[in-house]
Design a binder for this molecule. Structure first.
Ligand SMILES: CC(C)(COP(=O)(O)OP(=O)(O)OC[C@H]1O[C@@H](n2cnc3c(N)ncnc32)[C@H](O)[C@@H]1OP(=O)(O)O)[C@@H](O)C(=O)NCCC(=O)NCCS
Length: 143
């Protein structure tokens, strides 16, 4: 069953963000951040749970206070993050449903522009949802 993510799901969302055990030390910081962001409405998430409560899939959306841009007077953009499905439950449409729910929830709040960073295995899914590579974006990480 697909449902909205709650602050109580924060540690699960951190697992979806950092599924590799090598990144386990990153999870507590993200758990604390996402719990607060959910409470403040700065993060929207949807998860699919089994009847016994175990979460098997999820997707999230970080609400970016980007500022108005040409043709888009409302200030928010959405960054799709934390898309993950348990290995035993893949290719059943769970990730697609969770991403679509995030997009719809953000759209109801007025957002219409979204971005994400993809993995090779997720690219076809995102492209089938309409995401396309953008040409002009540059990045920088200062030490
Ligand atoms: C990428 C990932 C999230 C996809 O999760 P998923 O729940 O299997 O995704 P979906 O089932 O919604 O869609 C995946 C594919 O299954 C296909 N599919 C959906 N329902 C299906 C069904 N009933 N039968 C067969 N295939 C189906 C979809 O068309 C899609 O195909 P495509 O990849 O060729 O486009 C998952 O593989 C994963 O967690 N990977 C590791 C983490 C990761 O890379 N996350 C992305 C971060 S950007």
């Amino acid at each position: 069953m697909l449902r909205a993510a709650l602050p109580a799901d924060a540690s699960t969302l951190a697992l979806h963000r950092f599924p590799a055990e090598a990144d386990a030390n990153e999870r507590p910081t993200y758990t604390a951040w996402v719990e607060t962001a959910l409470k403040q409405g700065k993060y929207l998430g949807f998860v699919t749970g089994l009847e016994r409560g175990e979460v098997i899939s999820g997707a999230g959306l970080t609400v970016l206070d980007w500022g108005p841009t040409r043709g888009d007077p409302q200030p928010f953009r959405g960054r799709i993050v934390n898309v993950w499905t348990h290995l035993d439950h893949r290719r059943q449409g769970h990730a697609r449903a969770a991403v679509l729910a995030c997009l719809a929830a953000a759209q109801r709040r007025g957002s219409s522009r979204f971005s994400l960073g993809t993995t090779p295995e997720a690219r076809a899914l995102y492209e089938s949802l309409g995401f396309r590579a953008g040409g002009a974006e540059l990045g920088l990480t200062l030490e």
